[in-house]
Design a protein around this ligand. Structure first.
Ligand code: FE2
Ligand code: FE2
Length: 187
């Protein structure tokens, strides 16, 4: 018995190693995407580009808030705004990287971003208003990530895992903003 035969017979998971090897070689131009990928790739890429737009708009809003923050509580809140801006940027990078792995193109076109983003770019009139608008945007992001995760299910576990890690951090952001509003002192 040859070794290839015995390894395919003994494995409880891999049904036909020879066929998997052959397919991998045939479709080598598809990069990381193999025939066992069962999600609708085009739809996943479209959803990821919407998430990318959302993240980029959030980066800009947090940056604006960071530079414009003033008043009694500005110092500590400024630091939060900056940290959130950096974390939203990191989310955007993760998403863009995944889009490329799926053989799509991440869209950074500024003319399209605002219309495609789920969250809005609201400048806010004062510090408290900024925090409130950021909380609204985080809550929108939380809902849309949860919907995406439910849609993707187990058909694309890598994308799902990325979105779940981002969702966890959006929940942390929302929690921090909510705590700020709860303990608000001053105007
Ligand atoms: Fe984010
Ligand atoms: Fe966030």
């Amino acid at each position: 018995m040859n070794t290839q035969q015995s390894s395919s017979n003994n494995s409880p998971f891999v049904s036909d190693l020879a066929a998997i090897r052959k397919r991998a070689r045939q479709h080598v131009d598809k990069g990381a995407i193999t025939d066992s990928y069962t999600a609708d790739r085009e739809t996943v890429i479209r959803l990821l580009n919407e998430a990318l737009a959302t993240e980029l708009v959030c980066v800009l809003r947090y940056k604006r808030h960071y530079f414009m923050a003033s008043g009694l509580m500005a110092d500590s809140i400024k630091a939060e705004f900056l940290q959130h801006a950096q974390e939203e940027q990191a989310h955007g990078d993760l998403i863009a990287e995944r889009i490329v792995q799926l053989r799509g193109e991440p869209d950074f076109n500024p003319e399209i971003l605002a219309g495609r983003a789920h969250a809005e770019y609201v400048e806010g009139s004062d510090l408290r208003d900024m925090v409130k608008e950021d909380l609204v945007a985080e809550r929108i992001a939380i809902d849309s990530y949860r919907e995406m995760i439910n849609y993707i299910g187990n058909k694309d576990t890598t994308t799902k895992r990325i979105l779940e890690s981002i969702l966890a951090q959006e929940e942390e952001h929302a929690d921090e903003l909510s705590d700020m509003l709860d303990g608000w002192i001053g105007s």
